[in-house]
Design a protein around this ligand. Structure first.
Ligand code: FES
Ligand code: FES
Length: 160
């Protein structure tokens, strides 16, 4: 996290996982830091900090974004959903269940981002094929699984 002496502060209002919030944030604070350090939604992970790995993926106004690349002030008046808010009820989505059924998780560090990116793929493509899934997942890096089982899970969820 970047530290700046005497930063300017701005008041923002946003909805995070269904809850309306008002926060005073320094101008340089990233959305990822607001979520993790201030609001304690630690499902979004930090790895590269430069938009390359997808570990920090969240939904912002119904589209997946890399929260390490967005300033908290840019999230003013937006609706944010992290993996903690997905799904809203206390149950798994079909895709989350497919990740379990296909043993798609090893260390788990990339998985919140993979699941949210997978949900975006399922929103954007009806019955996505493996090539589409791999292309759309190109912004999400996994150091453990070799990707096959993650692609299996998304493909299977898309063919239900
Ligand atoms: S930490 Fe945001 S893309 Fe890697
Ligand atoms: S399961 Fe370990 S980084 Fe993907």
């Amino acid at each position: 996290m970047l530290h700046i002496e005497n930063p300017e502060y701005y008041t923002i209002t946003l909805t995070v996982n269904g809850k309306e919030l008002e926060k005073s944030v320094p101008s340089h604070m990233r959305l990822l830091d607001l979520l993790r350090n201030e609001l304690h939604f630690t499902g979004a992970k930090e790895v590269c900090s430069e938009g390359e790995c997808g570990a920090c993926t969240i939904f912002m106004d119904s589209k997946t974004v890399n929260s390490c690349l967005i300033l908290a002030v840019e999230a003013d008046k937006s609706e944010i959903i992290t993996i903690e808010g997905f799904p809203k009820e206390n149950s798994l989505t079909e895709l989350q269940q497919e990740f379990i059924d296909h043993h798609s998780v090893q260390c788990g560090y990339c998985i919140p981002g993979m699941v949210l990116s997978g949900e975006q793929i399922l929103k954007d493509h009806e019955n996505p094929d493996r090539m589409e899934i791999k292309k759309e997942l190109s912004g999400n890096i996994c150091r453990c699984t070799g990707y096959h089982k993650i692609v299996d899970a998304i493909e299977h969820a898309g063919h239900k």
